[in-house]
Design a binder for this molecule. Structure first.
Ligand code: MN
Length: 214
C-alpha cells in the first residue's frame, strides 16, 4: 500500500493536508510529538477527507475552502452543514500550524503591536483576555484574535466554525479541543494556553494583520 505524502494532490480530491513547516517534535515541550502526530496526521487528515467526500461531484468541488466558508449561505443545507464543520476544521487547523514555530514567543512589534495596544491596552491584557475566552464555554471550540472589519477582537467559535463564516479575518486561533492538549497537559487547559504563547509566530500574525489592515 502506498502511503500518501502530506501536501500531495489527488485527482478529484482538491483539498489536501498541508505539510507542517517544522518537525513533529519541534514544538515540545509546549506541544508534545505524539499530540502533533495525531492532531495533524489523523484528526486534520480526517477533516480533509470528510470535506473532499462531501464536495465530490458537486460544482463546489474545486472552490478554495476560504471561499466556501465565506459563502456558506450559497450551499444547499446538507452540504452547508458538512462544509461548516469539516471545511472550518481544515481552514482552522491549516492556520494553526502556520501560527506556531519553535522559535516563537516574545511580543509582537510594529503596526500589530500598536493595534493591540489600541484595542486591548497591552499585549499582556490581550493574552489575559484570550486565555480566559473559553472559560464557561460548554463543549469544544477555538479562541481567536480576529479583525472584525473595524479592528481587533477576541472571539470564540463553537466546534469548528471558522471566523470566515462571520466575515471576520482570523489572525490567530488556538484549538481548545481536548485532543489539542490532553496528552501533555491533561485537564489543565490554562497551562496549555499559557504555554502556547512560547510557540506563537508573531511574524505570521503580523503578516495576516498587514493584509487586512492595508
Ligand atoms: Mn484540532
Amino acid at each position: 500500500m502506498r502511503i500518501r505524502d502530506p501536501g500531495a494532490t489527488i485527482p478529484g480530491m482538491p483539498h489536501v493536508l498541508p505539510s507542517l513547516p517544522y518537525a513533529y517534535d519541534a514544538l515540545a515541550p509546549t506541544i508534545d510529538e505524539l499530540t502533533m502526530r495525531m492532531h495533524h496526521g489523523k484528526h486534520h487528515d480526517a477533516y480533509v477527507a470528510s470535506l473532499n467526500g462531501a464536495l465530490a461531484g458537486t460544482r463546489w468541488a474545486d472552490r478554495p475552502v476560504d471561499d466556501l466558508l465565506a459563502g456558506l449561505d450559497e450551499l444547499p443545507g446538507p452540504l452547508r452543514a458538512v462544509v461548516r464543520e469539516a471545511g472550518g476544521a481544515h481552514a482552522n487547523h491549516s492556520l494553526l500550524w502556520e501560527s506556531m514555530t519553535p522559535s516563537g514567543g516574545g511580543d509582537p512589534n510594529g503596526r500589530l503591536d500598536l493595534a493591540i495596544a489600541d484595542a486591548f491596552g497591552s499585549v499582556g491584557e490581550l493574552r489575559r483576555r484570550f486565555n480566559t475566552a473559553a472559560d464557561g464555554r460548554p463543549g469544544c471550540g477555538w479562541i481567536w484574535l480576529v479583525h472584525d472589519g473595524t479592528g481587533l477582537a477576541i472571539t470564540w467559535t463553537q466546534n469548528h466554525e471558522s471566523p470566515l463564516a462571520r466575515r471576520h479575518t482570523p489572525l490567530l486561533g488556538v484549538d481548545v479541543w481536548e485532543h489539542a492538549y490532553y496528552l501533555r497537559h491533561q485537564n489543565r487547559r490554562a497551562d496549555y494556553l499559557e504555554a502556547f504563547w512560547h510557540v506563537v509566530s508573531w511574524d505570521r500574525v503580523s503578516d495576516r494583520y498587514a493584509k487586512v489592515a492595508a
